[in-house]
Design a protein. Sequence first.
Length: 204
Amino acid sequence: MNKLTPKAAFRKLAAIYTRMSDQYVKAADAMNLSCEGCTSNCCLTFFQHHTYIEWAYLWHGLNQLDESVRQTIVERAGDYVEQARLAFAKGERPHVMCPLNLGDEGQGRCGLYEHRLMICRMHGVPNFLTRPDGRKVEFPGCWKCQELSAAMREAGREPVAVDRTPLYADLAKLEMAFVGRKLRNLPRVDHTIAEMIVLGPPKF
Ligand code: SF4
Ligand code: SF4
């Protein structure tokens, strides 16, 4: 596949994200899952992300924000990285609010909703991935989803699960088309959103 311009790659990524959102909504609606009034917040969950294309698209979104907002986010990202480091030093898994969650601590909204990453989009609902070796890896969704799933099963109904496999396959192809042949020689991306912000846009 020919190397894509950032503009073309971002358009394709947005299309993959739209497919994800559509499937998320179907699965969430089937179980009446809503984030409204949730007593937890998945933006506190420690996640790492693994593609240059999503990293670059995140920065595409950050660059559209007012300078003062972006500056606040960059500072929050620095705090996040430090708090995560301290948590790991104590042998704990970090439980720190994502620097892009701009509301009150605990119940704020995503400050970069259109540019949020794949894991943010899939976390809530049951979903699964079939690996190239045929092994199926299942994700039960967030805590609220798991409660609703249990209630559905008790009532003899099976929750709808999103198949991440084709979405991931398309994301992997897009990553290759975005970065080009040098992808195989670049370091693997293994960053939290905060690290992606602190590091700046990906360089390759
Ligand atoms: S996805 Fe689940 S845990 Fe996250 S805010 Fe929505 S209901 Fe709460
Ligand atoms: S990018 Fe947005 S949705 Fe994802 S963890 Fe951060 S605030 Fe939450």
